[in-house]
Ligand binder design. Structure first.
Ligand code: SF4
Length: 337
């Protein structure tokens, strides 16, 4: 459904500037933004994907992955179409690299999305599968209603939304699960076709300052973003800017889309990256997409006790009580119910 955009300014004449994501597209009358989902009609900017759902499912929050916010809870996951990146190995390329008419969507109003979550006994709603800022207006409206109904909310994001967009979301957004794909403009220009990756860091720092629960994911792609110096810098930045208790998920790339010719990430590479994180004094560095690996589990950062045992997305046991380790009583960062 078409809905007037919430964040745009007049540029020159009937040309407008979209302020939803950091591309800040300048769009002439009749034109569309880089993502293809926003159109300038007569000097007014419209989103074409308000409420247009391409994917809907109910999953444990571990699937996002988020490990330190109500482990094992059920969440409604919703996605639309389009993206402001063009990652060559995108696991959701069919919806993210969308072209109009190539994929059917179904309208779901914010009220119906919230009802769907409460009827299915979900703890919250995640906007995921494609970049949630693309349907910013819808996620914002839905998040406000979700909070009124006592649900939690989660953005699974590439972090490239503007600070203005984040400010508007902040009162209604609990979790900011951000992909940080590398730590240089060179890596980001190869992976996401953007040049100023520092904007992602600034927005993520702001999410943290605004009180959101932040977890970081880096999908390590052989030959693309597995440079150890860069990953060391990323780990150091997480500790300095987000805090040592910020979970960092280092996940295994599986050949896909335009990168189908690459091998899957060697597990030894992921283990080395985890070590870099630990050397940077991050407390919780997880391996993802490696079922049964011991670093899927949560181990107390103080005494090393096994606190949460996982297998892929399932929580097999959870010993955390009142946010504390039962052995040494250390406070475990996050919200554990
Ligand atoms: S959401 Fe981003 S990519 Fe899309 S029109 Fe707006 S600024 Fe451009």
């Amino acid at each position: 459904m078409k809905r007037e955009a919430y964040l745009y300014t007049m540029h020159e004449g009937t040309t407008v500037r979209c302020n939803t994501c950091q591309r800040r597209c300048v769009i002439p009358e009749g034109g569309r933004g880089w993502c293809g989902t926003r159109v300038n009609e007569g000097g007014r900017l419209f989103s074409l994907i308000y409420g247009e759902v391409s994917s809907i499912s109910i999953n444990p929050i571990e699937k996002k992955p988020v490990f330190h916010f109500f482990p094992g809870s059920r969440w409604l996951s919703l996605g639309s179409v389009g993206c402001n990146f063009r990652c060559p190995g995108c696991q959701n390329g069919d919806i993210a690299h969308w072209k109009e008419g190539h994929m059917a969507t179904e309208f779901l109003s914010p009220e119906d999305a919230v009802s769907r979550a409460t009827e299915r006994v979900c703890l919250g709603i995640s906007w995921t599968f494609n970049e949630p800022a693309l349907w910013f207006e819808y996620t914002l409206d839905s998040a406000k209603i979700a909070k009124e109904q006592g649900l939690f909310t989660n953005y699974v994001t590439n972090g490239y939304l503007t600070e203005e967009a984040l400010d508007m979301l902040a009162p209604s957004l609990d979790v900011f699960r951000v992909d940080i794909k590398g730590f240089s403009d060179r890596t980001y220009s190869r992976i996401g076709h953007i040049r100023n990756f520092a904007a992602i860091l600034a927005t993520t720092e702001k999410a943290k300052k605004l009180g959101m629960h932040v977890e970081v994911v880096t999908n390590v792609i052989p030959g693309y973003n597995d440079d150890e110096y860069e990953l060391r810098d990323l780990a150091a930045w997480i500790k300095a800017s987000l805090g040592p208790g910020t979970p960092w998920h280092v996940t295994r790339f599986h050949p896909h889309h335009e990168l189908a010719h690459l091998p899957a990430t060697p597990i030894a590479t992921l283990e080395r990256v985890r070590n870099l994180g630990k050397e940077a004094r991050l407390w919780y560095v997880y391996l993802g997409n490696v079922p049964g690996h011991r670093w899927e589990n949560t181990w107390c950062h103080e005494c090393g006790e096994l606190l949460i045992e996982r297998f892929i997305f399932d929580v097999l046991s959870n010993k955390i009580s009142g946010n504390r380790c039962p052995v040494c009583k250390a406070v475990i960062p996050g919200t554990f119910g």
